[in-house]
Write a protein that binds this ligand. Structure first.
Ligand code: ADP
Ligand code: ZN
Ligand code: ZN
Length: 742
């Protein structure tokens, strides 16, 4: 008689948020029924001496680790997985493609509260209402407590009660008064359930503008493909009506009862778009980016995950938000480098968004005035559908652009005589001028006129930047700062000179040149305080600014309808970079800055000050526009077998010791060479462009292959072996697949 084989309980394979390329096995405690354990569940697991949040990857029959007694998990945090099987597939794909630890990839999909194991409940903001007694109470009796009286009167006018946010908006320092009223039993917390507003009305409200023929064609093409995967590249100059096209298509997706994910590169652009969306759509719109509180982001995440949110507007980090009824993904300003995460899990939100659309079988729409060379190449190859909006919407004419040769011309803090004259003329007409200089601070260098000493950062291979108003020298790479010295640290001489130009320096001379004209400077230093950027933008749009001076912050998306003259003071920085991406970035930046001018009925003009008026990048850009530049740049990339004609992966290593990083990469290179069957190029190791930064010495090793799969196979083989290389404790390495800067 066969003995009944006792079936062993399954074990749990768990991804934990640690930078290790492995998963961890746990037992199921008796108190938990194995049937309810599904992949994607958040678990609480013992890890070393602490408890951590883990993510259930799979149930396995036996553990791969032998001879160790497995620990049981401490608990299950969700009744049902918050992530769908499709979400899990995407995370697994991303971890594999970017060769990043699965636990960290999982963690990046959750807002921080959920990552820390908090309950996944859609909290609603606290609301207060008057009690029966409170409704009867005569506010006049509170004469001696004016704030309580004020509060009570506010409640009288709002029978539905007031939320904390509404209270904060109407009465200063409301909380103590509220407590006192509650103690007198005049008001209480409203605990009535708020039912989700079910959208009975159509999702699109208001009267949309009438599309021009190009917009109509673009909308029709995308809408014809709403029921399946496809990538559309919407190329349209600034002001050509791309956002209008997005909104028309979003309307159609909402009418089908589906959700839309809209990704933007910059936090600063979200309020503008959010406003336009709120005016157009009568649905729940959620916003997610890093400037919001954890609670706000968690709210957005859960409301999308539970399906009540219809539109999610967010930056890169919103990409992995679960969307059970996903119908469309839009990525605006798709060329923008900030879609690539530059630390830890180095994913490209653009590329992962396309994979997500493919897994969900929905269309992805990429938009830009200056599409990335990768996307243009994909369009040429027929993988993406190219949609063009060649003209500005409405009546706005394209600005006239010209190169201004400043060789041998006298400059006043970077401004030449001819430019000065143009600025004066524009201001006399009561129109606005925009001056672009991509360097903040007063001057990028402090030099001794006697001995040539230059103030350097002791932690980086970089000069210290002068911040004159604050009397500081500051490193823009590690944020180290010191007081502005008055005498040379080398020869003690006192003839120290600022060299080069920053926005602060230009700002200083403008009042002298243009008395009684208002100047607004927009850069990271002037917009650090919360709300300051919004204030400046308001000031500009209300016409309370004549000259707008700023860094690349200006190049991105903002509408300045009364600006009719745009000047780039120093076009040349970036013309001669060692990184092949630099030319593309520069061309995009120039075109984006140009796009700020003359958007309304006033024609604009653009002046590019340069010492290289014959440089092919500039002449092609002026003569043939961005498309001409892109054609030429792609031809150059092809000749050099650079991306998108090949694929790259970059190992970066840093350590406090100057020699260890190179030795480590030599070992990686040897591992790559051993057993190499394909033709993957292994270039380096070489010192990083900034060989020392924040006290660490840095090296890199580049892998390149025309065949993406071959490169991936090599990385698959390499990574487990790299983990075994003996290394210094403080040596840190990372892998960047599809790097956007070298
Ligand atoms: P983009 O996103 O390409 O910069 P927008 O969609 O913001 O362009 O459009 C630029 C401006 O033109 C906006 O003020 C918008 O309301 C307006 N606009 C867009 N499409 C049309 C149209 N078909 N007719 C008139 N005005 C339009
Ligand atoms: Zn000196
Ligand atoms: Zn530094």
């Amino acid at each position: 008689m066969a003995k009944l084989q006792e079936k062993a309980a399954p074990i749990l394979r768990v991804a934990v948020d640690v930078p290790l390329y492995r998963l961890f096995d746990y037992e199921i405690p008796e108190t938990i029924a194995a049937e309810r354990l599904k992949p994607g569940l958040r678990l609480s697991v013992p890890f070393g001496r602490v408890q951590k949040t883990g993510y259930l990857v799979s149930l396995e029959e036996r553990s791969e680790v032998s001879g160790v007694r497995l620990k049981p998990i401490a608990g299950v945090l969700d009744r049902e997985p918050l992530l769908s099987p499709g979400d899990l597939r995407l995370l697994h794909w991303a971890a594999r493609y970017y060769h990043h630890p699965l636990g960290e990839v999982f963690a990046s999909a959750f807002p921080s509260g959920l990552r820390q194991g908090r309950a996944a409940v859609l909290g609603r903001p606290a609301r207060y209402v008057l009690t029966a007694q409170g409704r009867e109470f005569e506010p006049g009796l509170l004469q001696r407590a004016p704030r309580q009286k004020l509060l009570l009167e506010a409640f009288r006018q709002c029978p539905d009660g007031l939320s904390e946010a509404e209270l904060a908006a109407s009465v200063d320092n409301w909380r103590p008064a509220l407590k006192q009223l509650a103690a007198k039993a005049l008001l209480q917390l409203d605990d009535a359930e708020i039912a989700f507003a079910v959208a009975e009305s159509p999702p699109v409200k208001g009267n949309p503008v009438v599309c021009n023929p190009e917009q109509t064609a673009a909308v029709a093409e995308v809408c014809a493909g709403l029921d399946r995967f496809g990538v559309f590249l919407l190329e349209g100059v600034t002001g050509s009506g791309k956002t209008e096209v997005y909104m028309q298509i979003i309307g159609k997706v909402l009418e089908r009862g589906l959700q839309v994910l809209v990704l933007l590169p910059e936090i600063t652009l979200t309020p503008q778009l959010e406003n336009r969306f709120r005016q157009r759509f009568a649905v729940e719109i959620e916003v997610s980016h890093s400037k919001l509180t954890d609670a706000q982001r968690q709210h957005a995440w859960l409301s999308m995950q539970q399906g009540s949110g219809a539109i999610l507007l967010g930056t890169r980090s919103a990409l992995f938000t679960p969307l059970p009824r996903l119908g469309l993904i839009i990525l605006d300003e798709e060329h923008d480098a900030s879609f690539k995460q530059q630390e830890s899990f180095r994913f490209s939100a653009r590329d992962v968004a396309i994979v997500r659309a493919k897994l969900a079988n929905v269309p992805a729409l990429l938009g830009s005035a200056t599409p990335s060379l990768e996307s243009l190449y994909n369009a040429q190859a027929g993988r993406y559908r190219l949609l063009r909006l060649p003209n500005r919407a409405g009546n706005a004419a394209a600005p006239a652009v010209r190169l201004l040769d400043i060789r041998n011309k006298p400059l006043q803090e970077g401004i030449s005589e001819p430019l000065l004259a143009e600025i004066r003329q524009t201001l006399e007409k009561g129109e606005q001028v925009l001056l672009f200089l991509n360097r903040r601070g007063f001057a990028p260098r402090l030099i001794c006129h006697d001995c040539g000493w230059v103030a350097r950062c002791t932690h980086c291979d970089a000069n210290l930047v002068i911040h004159f108003r604050e009397q500081k020298l500051r490193c823009h790479h590690c944020d180290a700062e010191q007081p502005l010295v008055k005498s040379c640290l080398s020869c003690t001489g006192s003839t120290l000179r600022p060299l080069g130009l920053g926005t602060e320096r230009v700002e200083q001379i403008l009042p002298g040149l243009f008395p009684d004209k208002a100047v607004v400077r927009l850069d990271r230093d002037t917009t650090q305080r919360k709300g300051s950027l919004e204030n400046y933008l308001k000031q500009i749009n209300e016409g309370r600014a004549d000259i707008i001076l700023g860094t690349q912050m200006l190049a991105k998306g903002h509408h300045f309808p009364n600006v009719t003259l745009v000047a780039i003071l120093d076009t040349d920085s970036g013309l001669y970079s060692i990184d092949f991406h630099a030319a593309e970035r520069l061309a995009q930046m120039i075109v984006q800055v140009i796009g700020r001018a003359g958007r309304a009925d006033k024609p604009g003009s653009v002046i590019l000050q340069t010492r290289h008026p014959g440089h092919p990048l500039l002449t092609t850009l002026i003569r043939e526009g961005y498309n001409g530049f892109a054609r030429q740049a792609l031809a150059e990339r092809k000749a050099a077998a650079l991306p998108p004609f090949s694929h790259q992966a970059l190992f970066r290593v840093q350590a406090g010791d100057p020699f260890k990083p190179k030795a480590f990469l030599e070992a990686v290179k040897n591992l790559a060479a051993a057993g190499q069957t394909g033709g993957t190029l292994v270039l380096g190791p070489v010192a990083a462009p900034m060989a020392k930064r924040a006290g660490s010495y840095r090296y890199q090793l580049l892998l390149q292959d025309a065949n993406r799969q071959a490169l991936q196979r090599l990385l698959d083989r390499l990574l487990p072996e790299i983990d075994k290389i003996k290394k210094e404790k403080n040596l840190r390495w990372s892998l960047d697949v599809d790097p956007v800067d070298l």
